[in-house]
Design a protein around this ligand. Structure first.
Ligand SMILES: [Zn+2]
Length: 344
């Protein structure tokens, strides 16, 4: 445009006016771009809640500043980039591109569970009613080399089912149970209530066991470091958790994409902050100088499955689905649970 107007006709007022107009147009263009971006972001937010998780992952890119899920976060195990995988309610799940570890973005959770007695009654009633004695026996066999007076610590002992089992098998064992909630007294077992990182415990146990706890812990690295410090050199650290690459987890992810969300929301409950696979659990142990000697692939007892389905038909369908997933998982070592026995 400027080329059409002879240079000599421009006066100061006109130049000032032109500069103001250009600045005004610039502001208008920037504001329009901001509004368009904001509209697109708003549209994406709506879609994220409704589309399948894989699509949502790509749609939700870059929403960090506006409260939606981040496209990527840093893996708490290996510090590699992790991509958004799926989300529901205030649970946003990420999976590490390097170690395949899956975890919940804790910054998005509205509150953390306090694990009172009511929590166990509500969410793990059957789990506590029907302990896995096969697993207890397998762990007991690993404790035998430490003699009839071995010192055993159970971190997150609940009501002490595992320690009571050990007591029945080996009356000479020195047994200590630690839990955030109180445990009913039991002969021959010392129960300590509190956080194991701040509790004044004898840091010299032959065997430190933690069953179905690590998936609830905010900082798994600090947790495993605590287990390591409480065990004596040459002692054992035994950790049991779920396996995110088990058959039942895979089925739940598929059903979630098809719109059947209950199994997925149950397994990836907001109480479970970390979803280990065999590889990521091994990696974490190795990072803390714990050598994984044995990995036990196992399912819990069918009676121990807790579920919230109200109708009889839904319960039957749910239980058949769990049973089939358990059996296939057992065939391929892709069971719901994994237990590692590690040497310090
Ligand atoms: Zn990782």
């Amino acid at each position: 445009m400027g080329g059409l107007r002879p240079e000599g006709t421009r006066d100061a007022h006109h130049e000032r006016h032109t500069e103001e107009t250009v600045a005004q147009q610039g502001r208008w263009r920037r504001r329009t771009r901001r509004e368009r971006r904001s509209q697109r972001t708003s549209d994406r937010r709506v879609e994220c809640g409704e589309r399948n998780p894989r699509e949502a992952g790509s749609l939700c890119a870059g929403l960090s500043s506006s409260g939606g899920p981040l496209l990527e976060t840093t893996c708490p195990l290996c510090s590699s980039l992790s991509s958004f995988e799926a989300g529901f309610s205030d649970v946003q799940l990420y999976r590490c591109s390097q170690c395949d570890h899956c975890y919940t973005d804790q910054s998005k959770l509205k509150h953390f569970e306090e694990y009172s007695a009511a929590y166990y009654e509500l969410h793990h009633k059957n789990w506590n009613l029907y302990p896995d004695f096969h697993l207890f026996e397998a762990i007991y066999n690993e404790t035998k080399p430490y003699g009839p007076n071995a010192r055993i610590l159970d971190v997150g002992c609940g009501k002490g089912a595992f320690l009571k089992y050990l007591r029945s098998r080996e009356p000479g064992y020195e047994l200590t149970g630690l839990d955030m909630s109180s445990s009913p007294p039991s002969a021959g077992i010392t129960f300590v209530q509190g956080d194991f990182l701040s509790s004044q415990l004898n840091k010299d146990f032959d065997v430190v066991v933690s069953l179905a706890v690590i998936e609830h812990v905010t900082d798994v690295s600090v947790f495993v470091d605590g287990l390591y410090r409480l065990s004596r050199p040459g002692g054992l650290v035994v950790v049991m958790t779920l396996d995110d690459r088990s058959v039942i987890y895979s089925v739940s992810r598929t059903l979630f994409r098809w719109g059947i969300k209950a199994p997925f929301e149950r397994l990836y409950s907001r109480h479970h902050l970390h979803h280990f696979n065999v590889s990521s659990l091994n990696r974490l142990m190795k990072q803390h100088q714990l050598l994984v000697n044995i990995t036990i692939h196992h399912n819990n007892r069918l009676a121990a499955v807790d579920f919230s389905e109200s109708s009889f038909l839904k319960r039957i369908v749910f239980l058949i689905g769990v049973l089939v997933s358990f059996l296939i998982g057992k065939l391929f070592n892709k069971t719901l649970l994994q237990t590692v026995v590690c040497k310090k």
